[in-house]
Design a protein around this ligand. Structure first.
Ligand code: F0G
Length: 373
């Protein structure tokens, strides 16, 4: 047995089944495939009744659509990337890779580093210098990836790693790798399995556009398998300063506080547009202020801590609800792509700072009484 064989089946080892085991029939694996897994997937789908009431209050009505949060921050490395990475690394190992490489705004690198560590293969990650959240960098270095920070943005990093993969014989594990999309389809399957049908609308952030592509392919695969008839309208949201798909042209110097989606030339641009059009959905933009507002609302109203980029989905929901077009009805799912703890600096900057007092009961009690007033 190789070192990889010993780790191949979480279910057999007493853990929860990996997404590859659960959805084996929809994925390009065989009985012989050694699965590299951290027990990803099976993330919470949380009914957001407080958020529903909030939406109602914005329009002075008690009625609002049913809203669910698909909390991808509950994956092993804290983002949806693990769904694709278990497939990409599993197949890379199966195909005898010598090492993997990716460009990343942070989450892909954290996930690639973790799964590569588990598979005992080298991992190289290229990130935009100074523009990734601290938690994500911490993960990549702790999992032993070789981290290279380029003085440039994500789009430049992606161009470089594509060439590096080609010329240096490494496996590219960005979402250009089709196995990444295969694994990420599982989010749609889990939503349908939980709700018993597809939702009417599915909101999500859009960066490099692999995930909206995967959501759509996932719903389509379930339709082909006869599991659903209707599919949701996909509602994708980019940050206003990084909104190439909305603008219809590349953005040379993308900007947004939501660093995960600070992307000016998405790799899966065409398939995102196809997903939008075929589903009858939209791809629109939300400002950083809207993102921060939604980020705080999700945490304070629902107890769900998601990173800023994730909040673009809920910011998009609020925007769409207020403008009334398209009319929102039925069940709505918002994918929250990553965990809030990835970016603690942004959280502290966005919240009320702690009050500092002397270490005695009276001082603390005074503060509590002040707050209650
Ligand atoms: N949300 C988060 C938290 C992300 O990390 C990303 C992408 C997205 C949304 C957008 O997904 O690219 O499939 O449209 N992060 C990539 C990375 C680019 O390198 O971690 P997408």
């Amino acid at each position: 047995m190789s070192s990889v064989d010993a780790k191949l089946s979480p279910a057999r080892d007493g853990g929860k089944p990996s997404i590859i085991e659960r959805y084996r029939r929809y994925l390009p694996v065989t009985e012989k495939t050694c699965i590299i897994s951290l027990q990803e997937g099976d993330t919470p789908l949380i009914r957001a009744r407080n958020l529903e009431r909030y939406l109602g209050s914005l329009k002075g009505t008690l009625s609002s659509p049913e809203v669910y949060l698909k909390y991808e921050g509950a994956n092993p490395t804290g983002s949806f990337k693990d769904r694709g990475m278990t497939m990409a690394i599993t197949k890379a190992v199966e195909e005898g890779t010598t090492g993997v490489i990716c460009a990343s705004t942070g989450n892909t690198s954290a996930s690639a580093a973790a799964y590569a560590a588990r598979a005992s293969i080298p991992c190289f990650v290229v990130i935009p210098q100074g523009k990734i959240a601290m938690g994500k960098l911490a993960q990549a270095v702790m999992h032993g990836a070789r981290v290279i920070a380029v003085r440039g943005n994500f789009d430049q990093a992606l161009t470089i790693v594509r060439e590096a993969a080609e010329r240096l014989g490494l496996t590219l594990v960005n979402s250009l790798n089709p196995y990444r999309i295969d694994g990420q389809m599982s989010v749609a399957w889990e939503v349908v399995d939980a709700l018993g049908a597809a939702p009417e609308f599915h909101f999500l952030p859009v960066g490099n556009a692999g995930n909206i592509t995967a959501h759509w392919r996932g719903y389509n695969a379930y339709r082909s398998a006869g599991k659903i008839q209707a599919r949701p309208r996909l509602m994708g949201f980019q940050a206003a300063g990084s909104a190439p798909i909305v603008l219809g042209h590349r953005v040379e110097d993308p900007q947004t506080i939501a660093t995960a989606i600070r992307i000016g030339n998405p790799a899966s641009w065409q398939s995102a547009v196809a997903a939008r059009d075929e589903s009858g959905g939209i791809i629109d933009k939300v400002t950083d202020d809207q993102i921060v507002e939604a980020y705080r609302l999700i945490a304070s109203l629902e107890g769900v801590f998601a990173e800023p980029a994730s909040a673009a989905s809920v910011a998009g929901l609020i925007q769409t609800w207020l403008c009334g077009e398209p009319k929102l009805e039925g069940r709505i799912v918002c994918t929250l792509t990553g965990h809030g703890l990835k970016d603690p600096e942004r959280a502290i900057a966005s919240a009320v700072v702690p009050t500092e007092v002397d270490a005695d009961f009276a001082a603390v009690a005074r503060e509590i009484e002040n707050r209650e007033r």
